[in-house]
Ligand binder design. Structure first.
Ligand code: NDP
Ligand code: BG6
Length: 502
């Protein structure tokens, strides 16, 4: 149930942009249909002189509609939506927006019901200051609560992030700010607290006594695809590592929070981050993909990063990075946290992999491989433990197999909500537990800023790797240096038995 009383207006600032069209409008539409109170209203705000009908037409191709009910929900959603065009840096434009919000609130306020304003900022960093200042000046909810949802990038480095945080802190309370990291809205991220702290069996082995290494992987099988303008000034570390992967790391490494309250969870994450020293260049491999010339000329794989017309020809921006982080506390001293992230790789995958130490006091002639516990975030959410078993039969032969919880099978028929849907629902409910607090953000930037400065100034050429490969071999070498082993002996054999055979 929403923890917030009253009716709500969602205001999407930057409503005509790519993120809004592809993600935020469709998400709000789904939320309205399934969860939000029927009185909720939606307002788009951007510079372009558009009508709400034109916005609707732009959103339509991105709305997954299967049935006539979906179509009806889409129409119903846009019937409660409106659009205001105005400048981002002009007070009079925001006064116009405020008047519009007041007129939409009239029916509720005349009945004595408060109206809450939730602003979603899908705007580029260049107008961020102006927009937030103008919201504060003109558009705070007169009686209800005002919340502001902020999209990354939250700065470019520690210094710029601090400037942004200080600016926001002069305008809003931390309780009003929702910094989105959509990886925290993914089903497996949400599940990590339950898997870790709701199962006694993991507690005693979740530390440096049992675990040899932790590997966090983000792989995409696509390249920048014309998004070079956005990607090139950032690179893979700013794009996914400093935020999404660090959040996954926190979920693995944090201690049990005293409660599920947002600030209890976030305080534990901050404690972990504070124990991580800035990443050193010697613990990093940087890569940039080159085209696979064995592929057809018109395929994406044929094009290297530098062939993307939106990328500067001499760019040294990494599209791939592996970095090793060390959490210097009692639980994790000596366990490397290897983060591997890249575009243009062999598969799309995000996962957390705990590799355990070798079984001690070997009596099986070194036939046992290390156990691994894998949390697959995407695609196809699963938790599996790789372990040794005896092959049934008269012989005493060993094989690697798995204890397998494929969530999409075990919970077949359940809806796996989209990350944005869950997170916007949390904003509506006033639940900040899956949003990044300012001190978390500061710590994450502290860990990566010296490395990023070095990369930006030295402009070393990253190692080439071929589009569609697993990334540079130097990355595997770095893993080996930290004694993360790959034996190549495991084969996954999904259950062959149909239900009728059981
Ligand atoms: P693997 O033994 O294949 O181990 C994969 C790990 O080893 C990854 O970290 C991978 O790195 C790394 N690796 C792969 N090749 C090399 C190499 N040449 N040198 C060094 N490291 C390497 O086991 P998985 O756990 O990945 O399982 C294999 C397959 O079975 C996967 O596709 C998995 O999804 C599937 N499976 C599915 C289950 C389910 O659906 N429930 C359950 C169990 C397995 P990198 O990612 O960096 O390339
Ligand atoms: C975004 C990055 O934050 O996350 C993109 O800017 C990346 O470059 C995306 O593609 C990945 O998100 P997902 O949910 O598709 O794994």
């Amino acid at each position: 149930m929403p923890a917030t009383e009253g009716d709500t207006i969602f205001i999407l600032v930057g409503a005509s942009g790519d993120l809004s069209k592809k993600k935020i409008w469709p998400t709000l539409c789904n939320l309205k249909r399934d969860f939000l109170s029927k009185s909720s209203k939606f307002v788009g705000y951007a510079r372009s002189k558009l009508t709400i009908e034109e916005i609707k037409t732009g959103v339509k191709p991105h709305f997954k509609s299967k049935t006539a009910d979906d179509e009806a929900a889409f129409d119903d959603f846009f019937a409660s939506s409106s659009y205001i065009s105005g400048r981002y840096d002009e007070v009079s434009s925001f006064i116009k927006l405020s008047e519009h919000l007041a007129s939409l609130s009239l029916e509720s306020t005349s009945k004595g019901v408060n109206v809450n304003y939730i602003f979603y900022l899908a705007v580029p960093p260049s107008v961020f200051d102006a927009v937030t200042s103008n919201i504060k000046l003109c558009c705070m909810a007169p009686k209800g609560v005002t919340r502001v949802v902020v999209e990354k990038p939250f700065g470019h480095d520690l210094e710029s992030s601090e400037v942004l945080s200080k600016h926001l802190a002069t305008l809003f309370w931390e309780q009003q700010l929702y910094r989105i990291d959509h990886y925290l809205g993914k089903e497996m991220s949400q599940n990590m607290l339950v898997l870790r702290f709701g199962n006694q069996m993991f507690g005693p082995i979740w530390n440096n006594q049992s675990i040899k290494a932790v590997k966090l992987t983000f792989k995409e099988a696509i390249g920048t695809k014309g998004r070079g303008g956005y990607f090139d000034p950032s690179g893979i570390i700013r794009d996914v590592m400093q935020n999404h992967m660090v959040q996954l790391l926190c979920l693995v490494a944090m201690e049990k929070p005293p409660s599920l309250e947002a600030d209890d969870i976030r305080a534990e994450k901050v404690k972990v981050l504070k124990r991580i020293q800035p990443v050193k260049m010697e613990d990093v491999v940087l890569g940039q993909y080159v085209g696979d010339k064995s592929k057809p000329e018109d395929s994406e794989a044929y094009q290297g990063y530098l062939d993307d017309p939106t990328v500067p020809k001499s760019s040294t921006t990494p599209t791939f990075a592996t970095a090793v982080l060390h959490v210097n506390n009692d639980r994790w001293e000596g366990v490397p946290f290897i983060i591997k992230a890249g575009k243009g790789l062999n598969e799309r995958k995000a996962e957390i992999r705990l590799q355990f130490k070798d079984a001690q006091g070997d009596i099986f002639s070194q036939k046992c491989q290390r156990n691994e516990l894998v949390f697959r975030v995407q695609p196809n959410e699963a938790v599996y433990a790789k372990l040794m078993t005896k092959i049934p039969g008269m012989e005493f032969k060993l094989e690697e197999t798995e204890l397998d919880l494929t969530l999409t099978e075990r919970f077949h028929g359940h809806k796996f909500p989209d990350a944005y849907e869950r997170l916007l629902w949390d904003v509506y409910c006033g639940n900040q537990s899956s949003f990044v607090r300012s001190d978390e953000l500061r710590e994450a930037w502290r860990i990566f800023t010296p490395l990023l400065n070095e990369i930006d100034t030295a402009k070393h050429k990253p190692v080439d790797y071929i589009f569609g490969s697993r990334g540079p071999l130097e990355s595997d070498e770095l893993e080996r240096k930290y004694d993360m082993k790959f034996s190549g002996t495991y084969t996954y054999k999904p259950s062959q038995l149909s239900k009728s055979q059981l």
